[in-house]
Design a protein around this ligand. Structure first.
Ligand code: HEM
Length: 491
């Protein structure tokens, strides 16, 4: 086999491999970016590694990613097997990890119905109302911004309450449970998070053997299965009672139809659970990065607010229709997505067969990592934030690449929630900047608390917790929000 491969083409260049362990010690598990960047400079766009016998290919340019994931989609649209979280904990039924082509296609068909360009229009009134609720809540509890962002996107997906002051209702309990599960999932869907991913034969170690992976896997599985069914169950119960509010999951349930030979109820529950997990967390991480960027780049914030004021004259909050008239704000949102990419390595793929790309062999079964963070050119967070680069004609090179070309993934597995997310990001960001000034917080002695942008590693990378001040921009803001709240609850 080795001889045959050698005859096809050499492997891509990469760091020297040690006997048996290969490059195990070369890749830091947290924040491997600096190492990836050094390898990009040394070896080029396609880099090969081998860790404990697992073949890994890093793609460092958008051209290489598009060539493989889009132009050769037939061979590069499956996910690798995540032995721990996928196989043993059962997460391989989620849309994002599913490799069962028939079921995955049904799940994508369902999401396309409600998340396609036509489908998302039905959520615009909901998103506008949520944006008003968001600024009203932020005015009262600005320090809770991270939790509120999460609640907001969750609300598009499962249920929009009349007010967020629902501390004792079942709704926040669902969110809390999902949040905790999502931390486990986000840490686990990074290839190599568990030794088991590299050494899958370890799954045959019986459960009674000390340190067997099975007891950990069993508790993870129980937790994931219960969480996945929660949004589905919650909305279904609300629908039976006649109290369901319009949401993504309620629309999915209304589209119930039989799918020949497939367990439709199960497919639907997983589609709902996946959208809830994948959608809410990635949108709120992006929004939190936007807020952080505004706090550390006040000049950009002021310019975006001038654009908003010119249009809205401080008389109303923005609506989705205002988007075309706010090009600078739209560029600010794009730049926030480039400044820190929410999914720095997107979601990994695998090669279904041996393939030759630019004279190098991409071996069957190789795990392919698209280094999206490297393509975005994340650099010094305090000095580099330039929305202007997204307003001039795109050169398609380095930091001038349109972030929408990489932030939502590629080809057949590209994010189905992109249009919904774009709308959420626009209406939430526009409403926040219309209503509030975002600055450094001050401590009890009146001293400014510095903000150092740092990000938590993971499949979805959030900013590390930070403090900032979110205060109404003018004395009239409170009245404006109260009026808008009243108007939106009566429409
Ligand atoms: C700013 C927000 C978002 C970002 C940055 C984002 C990004 C991504 C990325 C990078 C992928 C992997 C694509 C690939 O492998 O090529 C993905 C997959 C996915 N996203 Fe999103 N996403 C966002 C919001 C959403 C929303 C709102 C939903 C649903 C309501 C959603 C549902 C999904 C699903 C189901 C997948 C798996 C697709 C598959 O494997 O077939 N995402 N997303």
């Amino acid at each position: 086999m080795l001889l045959r491969r050698k005859a096809i083409a050499p492997l891509p260049p990469g760091p020297r491999r040690k006997p048996l362990i290969g490059n195990l010690l070369d890749v830091p598990f947290n924040n491997p970016w600096a190492v990836f960047e050094a390898w990009r400079k040394k070896y080029g766009d396609v880099v090969y590694l081998n860790i404990l016998g697992n073949k890994i290919v890093i793609l460092n340019s958008l051209d290489a990613i598009v060539d493989l994931f889009e132009r050769r989609a037939g061979s590069y649209s499956h996910r690798p097997v995540f032995t721990m979280v996928g196989e043993l904990m059962g997460l391989d039924m989620a849309i994002g990890l599913n490799n069962r082509d028939k079921v995955w296609r049904q799940q994508r068909r369902l999401t396309a119905l409600i998340l396609g360009p036509a489908g998302i229009k039905q959520y615009i009134p909901l998103q506008e109302r949520l944006a008003t609720l968001l600024v009203a809540e932020l005015q009262e509890s600005p320090e809770d911004f991270a939790g509120l962002f999460n609640l907001m996107e969750n609300s598009v997906i499962i249920y929009c309450p009349d007010t967020f002051k629902v501390a004792n209702s079942v709704y926040p309990q669902i969110i809390k449970e999902c949040e905790e599960t999502f931390v486990l999932v986000s840490q686990s869907i990074q290839y190599g998070a568990y030794l088991l991913d590299f050494l899958p034969w370890l799954k045959h170690v019986p459960a009674w053997v000390p340190f067997s992976p099975h007891s950990f896997a069993a508790s993870g599985k129980a937790r994931i299965l219960s969480t996945v069914r929660r949004p589905f169950q919650f909305v279904e119960d609300e629908m039976k009672k006649g109290t369901a509010k319009p949401s993504l999951v309620s629309h999915l349930l209304s589209n119930r139809s039989d799918v020949e030979g497939l367990d439709f109820e199960n497919i639907l529950a997983w589609a709902a659970g996946t959208m809830y997990g994948a959608g809410a967390e990635s949108t709120s991480a992006t929004l939190t990065s936007f807020l952080l960027a505004m706090a550390v780049h006040p000049d950009v914030q002021t310019r975006a607010q001038e654009e908003l004021d010119q249009l809205l004259k401080n008389k109303r909050l923005p609506t989705m229709e205002d988007r075309a008239a706010l090009p600078y704000l739209c560029a600010v949102i794009k730049e926030s997505m480039r400044w820190h990419v929410a999914l720095p390595l997107s979601l990994v793929r695998t090669a279904d067969k041996d393939d030759v790309y630019n004279g190098h062999l991409i071996p069957k079964g190789a795990i392919i990592l698209p280094n999206v963070r490297g393509i975005a050119g994340e650099g010094d967070y305090l000095t580099e934030f330039s929305p202007e680069r997204h307003m001039r004609e795109a050169t398609g090179v380095g930091q001038d690449i349109d972030p929408y070309a990489y932030a939502f993934g590629f080809g057949r597995r590209a994010c189905p929630g992109q249009y919904l997310a774009e709308n959420s990001l626009f209406i939430f960001a526009a409403s926040i900047l219309t209503a509030f000034k975002i600055t450094n917080a001050v401590d009890s002695e009146g001293k400014t608390i510095p903000i150092v942008p740092r990000f938590v590693p993971g499949l979805i990378s959030n900013p590390e917790p930070f403090k900032c001040s979110i205060i109404p921009r003018t004395p009239a803001t409170r009245k404006l929000i109260a009026n808008e709240l009243l108007a939106s609850s009566t429409t």
